[in-house]
Design a protein around this ligand. Structure first.
Ligand code: FES
Length: 327
């Protein structure tokens, strides 16, 4: 296979630190449609540059993966398209990928580059640019992490049945709508049950949690087996092992309902930092975007995304930060 000449864009992106990417998301955040504002940041947490840097810093990525106890599917190259399925912008993934691949101007700032590509795609697709800003940022980071050759490989875009509903306002409204617990809901008190929507794209993508129950335990009640899809899913759709905050299997991103969960404890905050999952969390926020399901008790409805891997980036965290110029 021919070795592709590195594009100006890729060279420019490789010079950007993790913090520069997060700053660009901050700059563009208010211009993004609410349907993908948090989802975009969650995608960046699921696929941090630290992970890429740790694997790149080793001549033997498999050995490095073992040293970080990586479990599940941690290769972004193997799931470039499916990794975006929880974003509404996946509707525009194919044209966004094409636009990123064709873009060969590397002198603008990250935010300017994201905006310029998104404006072009929005005009072509005849949609509001707010709907494609987040997915364009994701596409650029994917391009940065996997390189041109893997990015350009012909693979299937998410199928129509795997996408969120077409109307973004309805998606947002549905996330915010309080669930019903049947007749006499208002009398149920501590026995009230809440919706945990872990996959908005399927009819079976919701389970119920009793008031005060943690998300990992609530997922245990789901009868369908998910182990054949992901060997870490031994007790429902959320991967779990220890249930006490030790293993890091159960990390999740909150698309909606952060305030429906108990406040994060210092213990959970420390564990998230240990695993290296806290790259987008605000350490002053009592209800951050990234949580451990086994440490998060439900007092309302939540909508979440589940990453396909877990591990202990902490062991290589500082090395990755040094290499990428982040702090
Ligand atoms: S199940 Fe081990 S940290 Fe949550």
């Amino acid at each position: 296979m021919a070795v592709l000449e590195k594009s100006q864009l890729l060279g420019s992106l490789e010079g950007q630190s993790q913090q520069a990417w997060l700053d660009a998301l901050d700059e563009l955040g208010s211009s993004m449609h609410p349907v993908d504002r948090d989802a975009t940041r969650i995608w960046f947490a699921f696929w941090p540059l630290e992970l890429k840097a740790a694997l790149e810093s080793s001549g033997d990525p498999e050995a490095m993966a073992r040293s970080m106890d990586l479990e599940g599917e941690w290769r972004l190259e193997a799931q470039i398209d499916s990794a975006v399925a929880f974003l509404y912008g996946a509707h525009f993934w194919a044209p966004v990928k094409k636009a990123v691949s064709r873009h060969d101007e590397g002198s603008a700032s990250l935010a300017e580059t994201i905006r310029a590509i998104a404006i072009g795609v929005a005009a072509h697709e005849k949609v509001d640019v707010a709907l494609v800003l987040g997915i364009t940022a994701v596409a650029l980071m994917t391009f940065r992490e996997v390189g041109q050759e893997a990015f350009d490989e012909v693979v299937d875009a998410p199928a129509r049945g795997e996408l969120l509903p077409k109307n973004p306002e309805r998606v947002v409204a549905k996330r915010k709508r309080e669930s019903s617990d049947g007749l006499l809901t208002f009398l149920k008190g501590i026995n009230r049950r809440w919706d945990v929507r872990w996959n908005e794209r399927t009819k079976n993508g919701t389970f119920r949690a009793i008031t005060g129950q943690d998300i990992a335990m609530a997922g245990d009640s789901v009868e369908q087996e998910y182990r054949s899809l992901d060997y870490r899913r031994t007790a429902g759709p959320v991967p779990v092992e220890c249930r006490v905050g030790s293993c890091g299997y159960c990390w999740i991103g909150l698309l909606e309902g952060r305030g429906s969960l108990t406040e994060i404890s210092e213990f959970e905050r420390e564990r998230l930092a240990y695993f290296g999952y806290d790259t987008i969390n605000d350490n002053t926020d009592k209800h951050p975007l990234i949580r451990l399901a086994c440490q998060s008790q439900c007092y309302g409805d939540v909508t979440l995304a589940i990453p396909p891997w877990n591990g202990e980036l902490q062991r290589r965290h500082q090395k990755g930060r040094d290499r990428l110029g982040t702090s």
